[in-house]
Design a binder for this molecule. Structure first.
Ligand code: HPA
Length: 256
């Protein structure tokens, strides 16, 4: 992978991956350096609407921040190893802390669509791992940093933002779940369901990067409401809720 020097030497310790509908978050930040994914050899490029597919070097709260605007998904046909190439790139650029965001369906009756859930743990039901191929028996306790979670908890409280915490379950997709799959996910302890994040979190953990994850709860899981699920609705709710995450990040980043 040939990584532009502006990224390699960006000086950021923290990076953020923006999921469905959250891309516009980056538009409000200073654009110090921008590079489309397809300009970087060896990096897969997203074809999903709402996932722009570019790196942005910016600044937030006086600190350099590396933003991955859009991600590729396993369901697009990329392997779990390919899906985490941008994490490899961030590691090469010296990133020590990674914030992952996504859009997810809510499975918890107390977590309303339009709110955010901080990920406390995950269940990987994709059947794949980016660490396949080696005896990579890494510990997966506390993948989602208790230290960073505490900082965000305090920020949410200070700002009056309703930030839930719960377990994220990843399905392979690309179809949304059946109501029976949603009932299974609830039964085995999940609060939110999506199709990303777990491979990135696993690879970051492997590389020694401190991870936090945030799900924008865009809809009720299938069967929990009478509404039919549509990707456009998911991205629209994501855009509306993005403002809350900006507020949280502005407050929390200087402490991270
Ligand atoms: N299921 C899976 N992925 C999702 C959902 C969902 O309900 N909403 C947003 N991403």
């Amino acid at each position: 992978m040939k990584i532009p020097s502006e990224i390699l030497d960006c000086g950021a310790e923290t990076a953020i991956v923006l999921g469905s509908g959250l891309g516009p978050f980056a538009d409000s930040l200073p654009q110090k350096f921008v590079c489309e994914y397809d300009k970087i050899e060896g990096l897969p490029k997203s074809g999903v609407p709402g996932h722009a597919g570019r790196f942005l070097v910016t600044e937030l709260g006086g600190k350099s921040l590396l933003v991955a605007q859009g991600r590729v998904h396993h369901y697009e046909g990329w392997s779990a190893e390919e899906v985490v190439r941008h994490v490899d790139l961030m590691h090469a650029a010296g990133i020590k802390k990674l914030l992952l965001t996504n859009a997810a369906g809510t499975l918890n009756r107390a977590f309303e669509p339009g709110t955010w859930m901080m990920i406390s743990d995950h269940i990987n039901l994709t059947g794949h791992s980016p660490l396949r191929g080696g005896p990579n028996f890494i510990d997966m306790t506390n993948v989602y940093s208790p230290r960073i979670r505490e900082i965000f908890r305090r920020s949410a409280k200070a700002l009056g933002v309703n930030l839930h915490e719960g377990v994220y379950i990843a399905m392979q997709g690309p179809q949304f779940e059946t109501p029976a799959e949603i009932r299974m996910a609830q039964t085995i302890g999940a609060d939110a369901v999506g199709m990303s994040t777990v491979h990135e979190a696993t690879k970051a953990r492997f590389l020694g990067i401190e991870v936090a994850g945030f799900s924008c709860l865009t809809n009720w899981g299938a069967g929990l409401s009478s509404a039919e699920l549509a990707h456009e609705d998911v991205t629209a709710v994501g855009r509306q809720a993005a403002g809350q995450m900006v507020e949280l990040l502005l407050h929390a980043l200087p402490e991270i």
